[in-house]
Design a protein around this ligand. Structure first.
Ligand SMILES: Cc1cc2nc3c(=O)[nH]c(=O)nc-3n(C[C@H](O)[C@H](O)[C@H](O)COP(=O)(O)OP(=O)(O)OC[C@H]3O[C@@H](n4cnc5c(N)ncnc54)[C@H](O)[C@@H]3O)c2cc1C
Length: 513
């Protein structure tokens, strides 16, 4: 009998590929007419302009356990990654910038204070050991045994003082870590912005790890994007599955998971078709998984956990086809993959607060992705694409923090809000509008309509705040991908180790199976 995987997101595909490579019969069922979930690339504006629909930065995939084990077979199926030596920079209203690149002197030259240069070098010297310890925790299965063995490995490698230092980092908010480590408020903002890529406003405890890892890994390792688009990963994974005898069926929405005697027996598709399975792997967020189990799981605590799972504020995406790169006032910004526009830590805090209160932020936090700087083949004739992530926006609009947009529903508001975003970028890159050939605005509700795992446009499929991370993701006792139903497993961004292209939950469940 076969293993059925519901959903062709990166975790579903990684689970399927890894099982197929072990000789298991695998079928992936995808509701959309095209696979990949949040790892897709499409001509969203003009013919020949290839835009990453969601994920652009593939560093987590490149560093994943699955890639380490099967990188060679993926490359045989077309996986092509592009290294990025200037991963991110922050722009400031006075025309200045601060950028992190793999060229050490260049990073340090963009810092204003000697004390910060010294602190950065000290952090970098500790980074390999610290990252290895964090890596063993972040890749551990969240079982009592998995946690205990990760803690033991960390203590053996780092000793008591090093382990406590790591624990302090894990417990810190982005702002607390940035302020105790560096002096320049601009450097604090540049690093804390990474917190908002997940759901960590600067003052949320537990949020320092991601800014820490992304900030220092940016210097130590750079970034990785897909050649031709992030979908190089999706296509290679499907190639692996199919060549190992498995299948990926699109336009195949699962409506219900069959259960008999507390065991998953298969799935029913919209339209009535039924498929039997020895195991079912659901690449679904708790809200969607609960809908496929109308009679519940038989465990009231688990069912309540699925219902109570909380989602973070949404994201709006703006995709631009460009005649040229933005004419940044800081010329150096033309060489970076991500340009962050969030000049102060308090801007991040205000944006998060406004979005959480249902307000359209007056000056949203922006991540301006420039993939064609490193992968020019994504646009024809030397043109460019821009990938603009607008963090954070509310799914349900209660008002406009700037008091200028009257509408309360996304279809009537999204173009006016996109104008605000582009005007905001133009303040750092005067003349931006003259270079735009076409634009596509995707509201948080459209993100969810295309992929129901992105509830309210939440790009991480559920907040990573401490009460919903580690052994609590998605529900205490089930962070290892298990469910109360025998033969039913859950993977995806909502399951430990959480969102991103690292596909940790898909890998861990495939190892278990
Ligand atoms: C806008 C945006 C930008 C991002 N940028 C980055 C980035 O640069 N780098 C990074 O590392 N991460 C990024 N992320 C996060 C990362 O892309 C996601 O966390 C990850 O790809 C989610 O993978 P997943 O396995 O949870 O599956 P998903 O991507 O959620 O896919 C699940 C699939 O299941 C399908 N499905 C749902 N219900 C059913 C059903 N009933 N039957 C059949 N199929 C179903 C859906 O259609 C979907 O295709 C971004 C996310 C978003 C949204």
């Amino acid at each position: 009998m076969q293993v059925i995987v519901i959903g062709s997101g990166i975790n579903g595909l990684v689970a399927a590929a890894s099982l197929a490579l072990k000789g298991r019969r695998v079928t992936v069922l995808e509701r959309l007419d095209r696979p990949g979930g949040a790892v897709r690339t499409e001509a969203l504006t003009l013919p020949g302009f290839r835009h990453d629909v969601a994920a652009m930065n593939l560093s987590m995939f490149a560093g994943s356990a699955f890639h380490a084990a099967h990188g060679e077979v993926l490359r045989r199926h077309g996986l092509a990654l592009v290294p990025v030596d200037r991963p991110f920079a922050s722009a400031f209203p006075d025309g200045g910038h601060l950028g992190v690149s793999t060229h050490p002197g260049e990073t340090l030259a963009s810092f204003s204070l000697e004390a910060d240069r010294k602190a950065w070098e000290a952090q970098l010297a500790m980074f390999p050991a610290q990252a290895a310890a964090l890596g063993s925790l972040l890749s551990a299965p969240m079982t009592r045994r998995g946690l205990a063995s990760a803690a033991w490995r960390i203590w053996r490698a780092r000793g008591s003082a090093g382990s406590l230092e790591l624990l302090r980092l894990l417990a810190s908010s982005p702002r607390a870590w940035a302020e105790r480590t560096f002096r320049d408020p601009r450097l604090h903002a540049a690093l804390c912005t990474w917190g908002l890529h997940l759901d960590f406003a600067p003052d949320v405890p537990g949020g320092a790890i991601f800014p820490y890892l992304e900030g220092l890994a940016g210097q130590a390792m750079g970034m990785v994007i897909g050649q031709g688009g992030a979908d190089t990963v999706t296509r290679a994974l499907i190639g692996v599955i199919e060549s190992a005898g498995g299948g990926v069926r699109c336009s195949a929405e699962v409506e219900r998971i069959g259960i008999d005697g507390g065991r998953a027996t298969g799935v029913a598709l919209a339209g009535g078709e039924k498929l039997e399975a020895e195991s079912v792997v659901a690449n679904l967020t708790p809200r969607r998984l609960a809908m496929l189990l109308p009679g519940g799981s038989g465990d009231a605590r688990y069912d309540a956990g699925l219902r109570e799972f909380r989602y973070a504020p949404g994201t709006m995406m703006i995709h631009l086809a460009m005649r040229e790169l933005p004419p940044w006032r800081a010329e150096a910004l033309r060489r970076f993959a991500y340009v962050h526009l969030a000049p102060a830590v308090n801007d991040l805090a205000r944006t998060y607060q406004q979005a959480s209160a249902g307000l359209l932020p007056d000056a949203p936090v922006l991540v301006v992705g420039q993939p064609t700087v490193f992968d020019p083949g994504r646009a024809p004739n030397g043109r460019h694409v821009l990938w603009i992530q607008v963090r954070c926006v509310p799914a349900v609009i209660e008002g406009d923090a700037a008091g200028r947009i009257a509408g309360r529903d996304w279809p009537s508001v999204q173009n006016a809000y996109a104008d605000r975003v582009l005007d905001q970028i133009a303040a750092y890159a005067p003349g931006l509008h003259d270079h735009i050939l076409a634009r596509r605005v995707v509201s948080p509700l459209e993100l969810e309509a295309e992929n129901p795992n992105l509830v309210g446009g939440d790009q991480v499929s559920g907040s990573h705040h401490p009460a919903q991370n580690f052994m609590f993701r998605p529900v205490w006792g089930y962070a290892d991908g298990g469910t109360p139903i025998r033969g039913l497993y859950q993977v995806g961004a909502s399951v430990w180790p959480g969102a991103g292209t690292g596909a940790g939950s898909g890998w861990l469940v495939s190892q278990r199976l």
